[in-house]
Design a protein around this ligand. Structure first.
Ligand SMILES: [Mg+2]
Length: 292
């Protein structure tokens, strides 16, 4: 479950989704996981909304809770813990909520990365950008006449939010959204994300799996470091990272549904207890090091 620069294999696994029954509750497997991570530094990749914080009606109010903030600060202070926050929001937006030292940020589901002060943006092909302009115009016209919809411009991505729409309108919104895209972009250049009350359009290949791969490659470059990698996420957009890490990391779904993750944390409120247990394990290790 660890990754070493010499052993790293970044090819995608063909794992199928695990059903709810096949996924294990991480708390009931804790000893087994701690055996795997013993002696290694930890790299935690985590999503933000719905993972570190509860999903809220107004995304601007998704503030990180003080106890979660404190436990992350304590983990970072051990010197044996690395953190990357990977979100569908922009990096600027996510840093308004989470701003820790020595932390990596990935925004727009991995299309932009900020690591060691270096910013990287994955550019979409011209044909995609051209098609996206057409779609943006069509969706803007639709949203202007709807009280339920909100269009978010994310550079090479677009997000159509329908959190305020009544349940019985969702299928009609989905159908119209898909037909709008079909007319302007070919399926081999675009990837559609069906998130929680949001549809997102992004260039193919630009996802959280790509972000994790890029961040790990840079972290491990030139170092003979062995890391224990954890990935926490609640959304469908986290599945690309679960798949990429399937043989290399401890993948944890927040919530309980079919997923490529190996483990689950039953609900967002228990993420704090996961972080607390991780801190207890790392600080115990530090004590042994001091004695040794
Ligand atoms: Mg999320």
């Amino acid at each position: 479950m660890g990754a070493n620069i010499d052993q790293a294999d970044f090819s995608h696994s063909q794992d199928k989704d695990r059903t709810k029954e096949r996924m294990k509750n991480i708390f009931t497997c804790w000893d087994e996981i701690m055996n795997e991570v013993r002696g290694k530094e930890i790299f935690l990749f985590t999503d933000y909304d719905g993972t570190l914080t509860k999903i809220v009606r107004n995304p601007k109010l998704a503030i990180l809770g003080s106890r979660t903030r404190k436990i992350l600060e304590k983990l970072l202070a051990t010197g044996r813990f690395h953190l990357a926050v990977i979100s569908g929001r922009s990096i600027e937006e996510i840093k308004n909520f989470v701003s820790f030292p020595h932390t990596v940020y990935a925004g727009f589901h991995g299309c932009q990365i900020e690591q060691d002060g270096i910013k990287q943006q994955r550019k979409a092909p011209f044909s995609y950008q051209k098609g996206l302009i057409k779609i943006k115009n069509k969706l803007s016209a639709w949203v202007r006449h709807s009280e339920y919809l909100r269009l978010e411009n994310k550079g090479d991505m677009l997000a159509l939010h329908y959190r305020r729409a009544p349940l019985n309108c969702e299928e009609a919104i989905r159908t119209r959204f898909l037909s709008t895209i079909k007319k302007s972009l070919s399926h081999d250049s675009v990837s559609i994300l069906f998130g929680k009350k949001v549809f997102e359009i992004r260039p193919k290949g630009c996802d959280k799996g790509w972000a994790v791969k890029t961040i790990l490659t840079r972290t491990l470059r030139g170092k003979r470091k062995t890391l224990s990698i954890f990935y926490l996420g609640d959304d469908m957009t986290d599945e690309d990272a679960f798949q990429f890490l399937s043989a290399k990391g401890i993948t944890v779904l927040v919530g309980h549904r079919s997923s490529k993750a190996s483990y689950f944390i039953p609900n967002q409120g228990e993420v704090y207890f996961f972080l607390k247990k991780l801190y207890a394990a790392i600080s115990l290790k530090n004590k042994f090091n001091m004695r040794g």
